[in-house]
Design a protein around this ligand. Structure first.
Ligand SMILES: [Fe+2]
Length: 225
């Protein structure tokens, strides 16, 4: 396992964070969850890391990028959700009016900030997957899709997610299909108070990409390619 962030955390944040940074990112993250009594986030993160690895192998994607993004995607939990909006304004994290009204939407940006400023992650693909793990975004990379999908299948609530088996089955077809099953489920069942613009853009882009792939495959079949 690669060791990242060997320097001690030098508190770049203007709000104190109760977080461990001793140099081994895997144990640092779980020790940080432990320190803040975050057993649900800890177990959820561990399941997301495991599932992301399986999906990354299935799709031949970079295992380490997927690992780091999954590991850090909910690290914002070390800060009380009551302070998320304040944390963003104190640390110059740009948020929209919708994110200000629905603070849960800010945690993906705060996790990205911590990954970058505490654990010194610089890879844009890893940071992007952390930043859009809740809403996805238009034209997502495979790393974005894998972390998003694993986060939804291995949710942090009780019982099995209603869309779980459909998403798992769709993984045999494509990452896009699997992600779209979740997005359509939450939007069509009005489960989002107000859908974030990124999830709407993601839906549009995924539908278009699936349609294009389907049409290309059909054309190839009819021309015998
Ligand atoms: Fe999560």
């Amino acid at each position: 396992m690669k060791t990242i962030g060997e320097s001690m955390y030098n508190n770049k944040s203007k709000i104190d964070i109760n977080i461990v940074n001793k140099g081994t990112i895997l144990s640092d993250v779980f020790e940080s969850f432990n320190l803040n009594d975050l057993s649900i986030i800890s177990s959820h993160t561990s399941r997301v890391v495991n599932l992301s690895k399986i999906i990354a192998n299935k799709y031949d994607e970079d295992e380490e990028k997927v690992f780091l993004a999954s590991l850090l995607h909910d690290i914002a939990g070390v800060i009380s959700s009551k302070r998320w909006v304040e944390f963003c304004s104190e640390n110059s994290i740009a948020i929209s009016d919708l994110e200000r009204k629905i603070p849960i939407l800010t945690h993906q940006k705060i996790s990205k900030w911590i990954a970058s400023n505490v654990y010194n992650i610089t890879d844009s693909e890893i940071l992007s997957a952390i930043e859009c793990h809740t809403t996805l975004k238009k034209n997502p990379s495979n790393t974005d899709l894998i972390v998003f999908i694993a986060d939804k299948i291995e949710w942090d609530q009780q019982g099995e997610p209603p869309y779980k088996s459909a998403m798992l089955n769709a993984l045999d077809i494509s990452l896009e299909k699997s992600a779209l099953i979740y997005i359509s489920y939450v939007i069509d069942n009005n489960l989002l108070k107000v859908p974030h613009p990124w999830i709407l853009e993601a839906r549009f882009a995924l539908e278009r990409s699936i349609k294009t792939t389907h049409n290309t495959t059909s054309e190839q079949r009819s021309t015998g390619e």
